[in-house]
Design a protein around this ligand. Structure first.
Ligand code: NAI
Ligand code: MG
Length: 355
């Protein structure tokens, strides 16, 4: 809205994170300026390098400051696997998972689509455009389990999947709204023939939401069948709604069939708006190419598009997304022009296109 200043937290992170986020910020600033939307950016130093320097993964004070922003634009965090100073899993647990749970990111949103000229590993390079709405705070990922008799022949390990009516309902409601704004098709993916208790809750919840959305048609697919369809006929999907574990696996498959990590964007959404949502490329800090200005900033830019959409800035979001499409199409027609372009030159190409 006019007169509002959007207040964005930026966490560039490690490795290529700062390189791709710099380009995302430049192009976002450009479309927001053109739309006369005011924005402030507040940078936070977090990640593996920050932990080495300061011992902080994510303090309560930093978390509270992050909470105050309208949204978080996140690059990538994580050390080089050769760097033995950082305990394995520390950054994932104490930074990434802590953010997701503390800010109640109940949905992990992963658009999966092909772009002009992107080669997919699928025969005939089909056009793909679907979105996975993955539950983000429940399922088997809540740490509800334990081990007894560890290390003996009688060891017992449990990992109980947690599904709450509230948690499932808010995710399903969001998925139906998205389907209504897209092609009006929703697919529930689960395994309710075997996981009967959780599957029953998910199915009833979808049936109830479907009654409120007659404009959306829906179907059900077992997760194993979904992996087949995603490879053989991915164009059939519009919105997929699924639990945390199935979503984790399906979103990686979706990124693979749509042609690459350099393009995959994501949003960790707080559906109630009680804390800021976070937008980030799916890729990590890519230590193998960090510092060389060769990372593709497109996934970070498209994560910025998701952020604008989430903030209700539909017009600048559409302009930026169209610019990305047009630029990728041009590079597809003239691959020589794209060869060897630096991260910054890719950002500049988008800036030039935006005028
Ligand atoms: P990665 O996504 O960083 O890299 C995998 C491969 O893809 C590498 O060969 C890399 O060069 C390439 N790649 C990734 N992004 C690219 C881009 N924008 N342009 C061109 N090539 C790109 O995954 P990896 O190597 O498994 O993890 C590296 C670090 O990142 C680890 O510390 C890991 O924990 C962390 N990580 C962090 C994530 C996050 O911040 N949410 C997500 C995934 C991994
Ligand atoms: Mg994953």
């Amino acid at each position: 809205p006019i007169g509002t200043t959007f207040d964005i937290a930026v966490v560039p992170g490690d490795g290529i994170g700062p390189e791709v986020i710099a380009e995302a910020r430049r192009v976002l600033q450009s479309v927001l300026d053109a739309a006369s939307v005011a924005v402030t950016w507040t940078e936070y130093s977090l990640g593996a390098a920050h932990w080495v320097e300061t011992g902080e993964t994510l303090s309560e004070a930093t978390l509270e400051r992050l909470r105050g922003h309208d949204a978080i634009l996140f690059g990538a965090v994580g050390a080089d696997p050769q760097d033995t100073r950082i305990p394995s899993g520390l950054i994932e647990r104490e930074l990434l998972l802590k953010l997701r749970f503390s800010l109640d990111h109940s949905i992990n949103l992963r658009p999966a689509r092909t772009y002009p000229g992107t080669a997919t590993p699928l025969a005939g390079d089909p056009e793909i455009d679907f979105v996975v709405v993955r539950e983000g705070t429940e399922g088997p990922y809540v740490g509800n389990g334990g081990t007894i008799r560890r290390g003996t022949a009688h060891e017992i390990a449990t990992e109980v999947s947690l599904n709450t009516a509230h948690g499932v309902r808010r995710v399903v409601a969001d998925a139906f709204s998205r389907a209504a704004q897209r092609r009006g098709r929703l697919t529930l993916v689960h395994k309710h023939n075997v996981l009967t208790h959780a599957g029953d809750l998910w199915r009833r919840t979808v049936e109830e939401a479907a009654a409120e959305h007659p404009e959306v048609s829906w179907d059900y697919m077992h997760v194993d069948a979904a992996t087949i369809h995603m490879v053989q006929d991915p164009a059939r999907f519009d919105v997929i709604v699924t639990d945390n574990l199935f979503g984790d696996i399906l979103t990686d498959l979706a990124a693979a069939v749509t042609g690459g990590i350099g393009l995959a964007a994501s949003g960790s959404i707080n559906v109630e708006g009680s804390a800021p949502s976070m937008f980030e490329p799916v890729h990590g800090s890519a230590p193998d190419i960090a510092g060389r200005q060769i990372a593709d900033p497109t996934a970070a830019v498209l994560s910025g598009v998701l952020m604008l959409q989430h903030l209700g800035l539909a017009e600048p979001a559409a302009r930026l997304e169209q610019a990305v499409h047009a630029q990728l199409a041009e590079w597809a027609r003239d691959p020589e022009a794209a060869r060897g372009l630096s991260t910054a030159q890719r950002g500049e190409a988008l800036l030039a296109r935006l005028g």
